[in-house]
Design a protein around this ligand. Sequence first.
Ligand code: NAD
Ligand code: MG
Length: 383
Amino acid sequence: MKKIAILGSTGSIGTQTLDVVRANGDLEVLGITAGSNIQKLEEQIREFHPKLVAVMKEEAAKELRDKVADLDVRIVTGMEGLLEVAAMPETEILVTAVVGMIGIRPTIEAIKAGKDIALANKETLVTAGHIIMPLAKEMGVQILPVDSEHSAIFQALNGEHHKEIHKLLITASGGPFRGRKTEDLKKVTLADTLKHPNWVMGQKITVDSATLVNKGLEVMEAKWLFGMDLDQIQVVVQPQSVIHSMIEFVDGGIMAQLGTPDMRLPIQYALYYPHRRYLAGDRLDFAALKQITFEEPDMDTFLGLPMAIQASRIGGTMPTVFNAANERAVAKFLRQEIGFLDIYALIQASMEAHKVKENPDLDLILETEQETYEFVESQVSGL
Ligand code: NAD
Ligand code: MG
């Protein structure tokens, strides 16, 4: 039995991780965490029997303790609770499926405790990659990508030599507004934004896919995961989401990983790496697909991508500002307090107002996050 814990077990990646656990029978879930979905947590506790469960608020914990009083499970709370699940002594792998930079501290804690990380939580790597990657190396733990693009690159790297990579080609669907111009984006609604053409995901990443912020975060994630220069990473729009990403090697040869859009594959690959397991589900039918098409990303309209690249080039605390401004702006967009294009305006204003500090430690990253949230709040009244 391989022993795992999952941060964010009630979300899109979290529940699909549990689908993989259910289908295999040799994974044991010892710890799970969630924000506030007590009902789903209770179901998960009854089905998977974790020993330790963390929720964010004490009130939710009380309610959950009452619901599962008949079971042998300990319920803990807040950041302390998240850290405890992340570093449980018995686990081998931590699946980081929380959304946002709340994942930084638990990820670091898990690496320090010697856990391999199945990493979905890209915001953590974007803001603290310069801390996490060297720490993982020092501790001898593996960072196994769950994001489909990074899993594709990881799979395509099998048997190859890292120094022979010429560039990474990260594919993008283009999101629900592909082909539209800024003028059209003024009027788009929350409902339009949440209709992703190919993937069903959590709300935040679905909005990020529409703004192309997600692709920007993925470029930064790839830079850290694979030790690449930004100039070696190219984004290619491939609207059918069949090619999950590619590597071009120095001799011009290209390796790609293809498949139906199904996150269970990268999740399962990370959990069993370097082995593959049978996975039930639709297979790619090339005759039905007929064609795979390519485009350049529209960087003049979808500012999330060029702004992310700029933040990454500047480095230091700037990727944290980019990410934190986006997190806060997207939360406001989801509550319908601001419009779609305001997301770009808030990120841009936050980046312009920020004085960069080089090589931030964890405290400075978290401080910069708070300052950025406050800055975004101060800007919203002026929109
Ligand atoms: P989601 O919103 O569906 O789930 C998020 C999970 O985190 C839930 O369990 C929620 O309870 C928990 N959570 C949310 N806020 C929290 C907080 N403040 N404190 C503690 N727990 C909190 O998100 P998702 O779509 O599963 O995405 C999770 C991560 O995986 C994100 O970083 C996302 O970018 C990445 N990712 C997701 C997909 C996908 O297909 N969904 C694909 C690639 C990468
Ligand atoms: Mg992705």
